[in-house]
Design a protein around this ligand. Sequence first.
Ligand SMILES: NC(=O)c1ccc[n+]([C@@H]2O[C@H](COP(=O)([O-])OP(=O)(O)OC[C@H]3O[C@@H](n4cnc5c(N)ncnc54)[C@H](OP(=O)(O)O)[C@@H]3O)[C@@H](O)[C@H]2O)c1
Length: 333
Amino acid sequence: MKYRRLPGTEIDVSTIGFGCWAIVGDSTWGAQDEQEAIDGLKAAVDAGITFFDTAEAYGQGYSEQLVGKALNDRRDKLVIASKVSPSHFRPDELRAACDRSLANLGMDVIDLYQLHWPNRDIPVAETFGVCEELKQAGKIRAYGVSNYGPWDLSACEEASCPVSTNQVAYNLLFRAVEYEIQPVMARMGVGMLCYSPLMQGLLSGKFEHADAVPAGRARSRHFSSAREGTRHGEPGAEVETFDAIRAVRRIADTAGISMANLSLAWLLTRETVTSVICGARNPGQAKRNTEAAGISLSPDILRQLDEVTAHLKDVLGPNADMWMGSGNGARIR
Ligand SMILES: NC(=O)c1ccc[n+]([C@@H]2O[C@H](COP(=O)([O-])OP(=O)(O)OC[C@H]3O[C@@H](n4cnc5c(N)ncnc54)[C@H](OP(=O)(O)O)[C@@H]3O)[C@@H](O)[C@H]2O)c1
């Protein structure tokens, strides 16, 4: 395993992190066996992962509880990140949400506390002020943001609010952050935590075509708005998405690397990336994903990956919201 520092902190995290959303087994992900989830979390630690990302929103606290249940006996070695929902950014609600997350986790401190999505009705300085207060009180060690675009990052900068990390959707099939967000983060020295690095499993190669993707996951802007549960109102890019998947698979096969590991290793070469937060639902996935940290990709493979995903990047454009269209309530600005 390799480690990188969260900017502006003294906290090092494994370059492959463990995302704890899918293990709640909700309407997006389908049923989950609890023991498999717990075994997966423990296997991840055994394989070298030290960084775990959860949120109060995942299963309404259940994900945090699972993390506590599985990992509390080795808490000292680990970096635990959680997130507060934007409906809880008012000072008293933020303090209460942090206490609730600590109770769910059964831990004394959250290492990285993240603002899950922007809330533009509340001044950012007020929210950051409470985060700083929580840090001084020893309840959190550092704080960051998630789903912040250039506009929200600039608002932080103008209010002199220091941003350590920004957690955003980034993978070979969703490169929207490259247009505007990554350059702003590079200039500000903000570290990127990449979410959905396997595009919710599409980059494992397990789905041959769009109809094979479970409805809960066929809601992103890759899929036609004719599909159940989509909210983006766009035509989608199903042909381009599966063309790109087939092309990535060919590159992976030639290189003798699994598609999933190729996709994770690619992210680790990208500017500003601090850690890649990958979901895993069982010990096997957790172990296999960890191997990506040790893979280095040649300039030729990087060039090929760029080429075969460039058209899809172009079609989906700079809107970094995976689920909402730019004419239909996109939340990232
Ligand atoms: N900040 C935010 O707004 C936000 C939004 C989304 C996610 N996140 C965070 O990012 C984390 C990861 O994103 P994600 O869960 O959306 O998507 P992801 O990491 O791209 O995909 C994870 C899913 O892919 C499948 N998978 C994982 N490893 C595999 C392997 N080696 N082989 C085959 N299949 C494999 C598993 O599902 P199956 O086995 O069921 O296929 C797993 O649940 C989340 O858990 C969460 O912590 C944050």
